[in-house]
Each structure stands twice: as C-alpha cells, then as structure tokens.
Design a binder for this molecule. Structure first.
Ligand code: ZN
Length: 377
C-alpha cells in the first residue's frame, strides 16, 4: 500500500515536470507565473520543476524578460539542441536524412540519388548520409539520441528486422544491425507510411484521429487513433494499396493483379512525363491535353480509394506522400467527385492535404525517437 502511494506521488511529480516541459516547448518562452496560471499548478511547484529542469540542462533562462507592471520576470525556454534525433528515409532510388531537435525543428537535411542494394558499399553511403547531417548541424556524439531508419517494408514488433519488402526486393529478412554497419549510433527500423503519419500528427496538432494515405511511388496508409498509430495484429494495418480495385486488372508489384496501388501510385501520373512528377503537374497547370486525360482517369480511381478509407474508418482522411506536395490546387476537383461517391454525406470537410510536405518519412523516424526521449524526462 505504502509503495503504491509513493509511486502515485512520483507519477504526479513526473507528470507535472513533463507538462511544464512540454508547455515550454509549445510556447517558446514563458515565466514561472505564466506556466503556473496556464497549467493550474502552484508557483512553488513550477519553480522547483523549472529549477530541476535547468539543472539537468533541459531548460535555460532566456535573454528576454517579461515586463509586468513595473516588475520584470525571468522567462525560460527549452534547450532545443540538448538532444537531437536523426531520421533516414530509404527508398528504391534515394537516401535522405534529417536531424531534428527537441522542438521538432529540422536542423540539417540531405538527399541524394542512390539505388538501394544490399551490399557494403550501400551501407557506407547510408553512414555517409548520417555523417553529413551530423556535421551540418555541428552535433557532438552525446547529443545524438539515435537514428531511425525508415524503410518501405513490414517490420517485426521490436523494429530490429524486416519480414517483408517487395519494394526493396528483399529475398530474406534484413536486420537493422546489418544495414547499420557504418552508423556509429543506436538505430532501429520504422515503417515508411507509419512514420509519415507520425510526423503529420506531430506537426498538425489538430489532427488526433485520421487515416493517412501515403501516395507516392507506392501506396500505403496508416491509421492514427488518439494521436497514436494503430499498427494491427501483424504490424501492417492500413495497407490500402493492396485492396483489390479491379478483378484481374493491372499487375501490382506485390504479385497480385488489380490492386489499388497499380492505379493510384504517383508513377501512374509520372509515366506521361518520363518519370518526372513535378513536370506532370507543371503541364497539368498549363492544360496539356494528354496530361489532363491521364489526370481525369487517375482521379476516378483516387476518389474510389479515398471513399473506401472513409467508409471503413469514418474519420478524417489526409492525403500525403508525393501527391500531397502537389494536390492542393486540385482539391476542389477532388471534393466535387467525392460528393458524388459518399452515400451518407455531401460534405467532404473530412478530407485534407498533409501539412508535412517534405521528408515526412525521415522526420517521423526522428520524431519517434524524440518522443521516446521526452517520456524519460
Ligand atoms: Zn498489390
């Protein structure tokens, strides 16, 4: 009984410390009085926690002071680069890496073309990508929380190994240890769509329950419930790309035919412009006829896909991935088509485009590590 009471008190104390720290992260800088009033905590509780956080190096007093009726009070801010996490996104053709600080700011970024290969030379390139962002951000080893390796593949629960990746054409399971041979920090795997959805929920605080559709060279979804990913029994929830759209239809990379992926991935658009998706949307804006024809056909399938997700979850739907970078201008057209598809409502205010437009996958990998660290404060 005594032990339980002790734990409860410790939990409350820790909870107050986290609330104070997170509030400071959100607002930038605050005085103890501001925090006290904002969170409904006593001034001595706030003062003690701030003092502990300052001693730990997580918080510092800022240069700025707040003037309150003749008296100026000290303002505090988080030390954003106290710890930094790195996220690396691995695709078939590219490697990109970001370094993100405790406030979620990207402090370094690199991206280069590199075909995936399961060999030593490729692993050296991965190590080089990590070193590039470490040097660009001027990080010391003890600042680095770890490296989230984000891949287009299904993963074991512990994030240590893949168990399926047709995109990377893996014949056997690949371990995190194998691929991290030239990364001198702690690493773990993260799933690409789940990471992108995680980044979206991090930067878009209003969205706590939504289905994220990562529409890029391949398609995958990720359900986010109460700001947490719902992963499913085998860690492959949201694999909407392999829902059959047309029986016996186009060949999908998974080996089946007629999957939604084969009709709605962004390569379907880019094939009209020699693989250049940016050029596709430039020509669409100019009204090029062959591009418009492909777009109209594509939208027909896309709307079917979005409607399927909406019917399943009855939640907000966020369009992300490469398509999310370009589709804002065309949302009126998408919504007009959606109104005809939805049997229950003509209002399509549940549909939106991602706010995290670039490097969402890599960012999600880093942000997961940031959140794990913050839970230990
Ligand atoms: Zn498929």
């Amino acid at each position: 009984m005594v032990l339980d009471q002790t734990l409860t008190r410790r939990d409350i104390k820790r909870n107050n410390r986290l609330r104070i720290y997170n509030r400071l992260r959100e607002v930038g800088s605050f005085s103890c009085l501001d925090i006290s009033m904002d969170l409904g905590l006593s001034l001595p509780t706030v003062g003690k926690n701030i003092s502990d956080l300052e001693e730990a190096g997580l918080v510092r007093s800022s240069e700025e002071k707040k003037n309150t009726g003749g008296r100026s009070s000290k303002l505090y801010e988080v030390v954003a680069d106290y710890r930094v996490a790195i996220g690396v996104n691995i695709t078939n053709q590219h490697i990109s890496a970001v370094a993100i600080d405790l406030q979620g700011t990207v402090v370094a970024h690199t991206r280069f073309r590199q075909a995936f290969a399961r060999c030593d030379d490729y692993y050296k390139k991965l190590g080089a990508a990590v070193q590039t962002v470490v040097l660009e951000a001027g990080l010391q080893d003890d600042q680095i929380l770890g490296v989230g390796l984000v891949i287009p593949g299904l993963l074991t629960k512990d994030g240590e190994s893949t168990y399926y990746s047709r995109v990377l054409r893996l014949d056997t399971d690949m371990t995190c240890e194998e691929i991290s041979a030239y990364i001198p920090y702690q690493t773990r795997f993260f799933h690409d769509a789940s990471s992108a959805a995680y980044a979206e929920s991090w930067y878009n605080h209003d969205e706590t329950d939504f289905f994220y559709m990562m529409i890029s060279d391949s398609i995958c979804g990720a359900p986010i419930l109460d700001a947490h990913p719902y992963r499913g029994m085998n860690f492959r929830s949201g694999e909407i790309g392999h829902v059959q759209l047309i029986r016996g239809g186009r060949q999908c990379y998974c080996g089946k035919r007629g999957c939604l992926d084969a009709y709605c991935n962004t390569k379907v658009l880019a094939t009209v412009t020699k693989g250049d998706l940016a050029l596709f949307f430039e020509e669409l804006e100019k009204g090029e006829e062959r591009v418009q024809t492909r777009w109209k056909e594509y939208l027909h399938y896309l709307v079917t896909a979005i409607t399927a997700a909406r019917m399943l979850f009855d939640c907000r739907i966020v369009i992300g991935g490469y398509l999310g970078q370009y589709i804002d201008t065309y949302m009126g057209e998408v919504e007009a088509l959606m109104r005809k598809e939805d049997p229950f409502s003509e209002d399509v205010d549940y549909l939106s485009v991602c706010v995290c437009k670039t490097e969402a996958c890599a960012s999600g990998g880093a942000l997961s590590l940031i959140d794990q660290f913050i839970q230990t404060i």
